[in-house]
Design a protein around this ligand. Sequence first.
Ligand SMILES: [Zn+2]
Length: 513
Amino acid sequence: MVPHGGQVKAINAIGSGVFVVLITAANGWGKTYWGANVVANICCASKNPAFKKFKTFTDWPFPKLGRLVSSPDNISDVGAVTKALEYWLPGEPGNGWSRNKGNKSFYSNYKFVTGHSFKVLSVEQEKKEFESDTLGWAWFDEPPLHEQYIATVWRMRKGGIIFITATPLSGCAWMKDEIADKADGIKTFWIEGDIEDNCIEHGVNGYLKHSDIERMSERCDEDERAARMHGKFMYLSGLVFKTFNRKAHVINQEEIKEYWPEAVFGEFDRWPSVNICDPHDRRSDVHIWAKITPDNNLIIYDEYPDWNFSEEKSRKHTIKQTVEILHQKESGQTVKEVCVLLRGPQAIVRRIMDKRKGAQMQSGSGLTTFDLYQHAGSEKGWSYAYEESPKVGLKNIDHKVVKEYLAWDKNLPYSIRNKPKLFVLKDCTNTIYDFEHYLWDDFVGKAVDSHDKKEVPKDKAKDHMDCMRWLCELRLDFKDYKNQMLPRDKYRRETFNSHRNIINRQEEDGWML
Ligand SMILES: [Zn+2]
């Protein structure tokens, strides 16, 4: 084969010894032919100049046992993968190589006179079947489940290469987080295989006519076009809050001081804070804290848990312990180092908890979650009485109010006068994660394969976003809480005045996103 420009890049990555090569490829990019070619050049003495220049292919340095994983359709006798292998493996079965089905309905073992062999697995096989053999290479022709991928990584104890070719429709979120976002070009390599790589007019050595590509694009489902035409991760197009943008909504303390010159040490602490809680049984209760600014913007400035919540399996603290931690945070005993503006006690003016979950009886205690929080607080003389979350529209239908807070006029430069009304302090990483991973329910339901549904539960990344809906739905007004603010002490006033003089001199630089 004469590989096109995109395929050459991916061959070079394998040749140079990258451990994981991910190609998120458009339909028509030639991913299956590319993969079958790589397999042929590993298992048979390579003659193709695009491969032959790498020692990896002429003198394979890893175990000579490989693994090929694809969908049951693709590996059936007439499937695309089987056909591509028959086309590209030199010679015929029985001449240079052989294959058998073993106890499977598809050809599951391939053997070569060169001493190489590989086994074929279906993505529908159980995880334990991915946990045997010491492998030198693995090709996933379909997005594997995360656990299948990890099990395969562990089979490479003597070194090897994993290559994944997948059209990144739904169910691929983990590949973006774990492979694409971490691709450094040395251990991990990722390319987006755009259909134009394979265009006669616009690619290098492409073999599709541009007019045919355009016709494919027109027929393509709007939601799937990014994945099917450009190899872009599709789950991004199913995000609920597409307008969330780190550059606009994630801020640090310098930006806080720039946007609100009055937010200085001492003063920022005094601004009214709101605590929102989404309680759980098995996993940790989620809490966020937001400041109401004098111009009625919201700044998410703290969160609990402050470990990676998306990977948490079971809760770390009882409600009693959780309340202790909340109190430490709110009384300024454990302050965030990233924000020196947060130093002292915070004035918590409202506490809101999911009304459905909050009212649920906790097994054994005869008490609701509302009760348990309140009791744990009052034992210590603290107030942890929560109000019920406001009535909002159906989940995933009414996010309008959050979107209003996220919005700003994009036709004008982003500036102090033209900015969103909702911000997240940059180390509230769980909140940011949820903004960037929260998907539409119906979108998740559209998953193409049944195993996708397991991969992206519809409730993924939902917790902080529920808190966000309740928070925004309150439509908080600074002046309603002015009299609940902490007193301004002498020390605070002095630092306030000295900071104000410095900040008044700062320029208002507008910038475009
Ligand atoms: Zn073209």
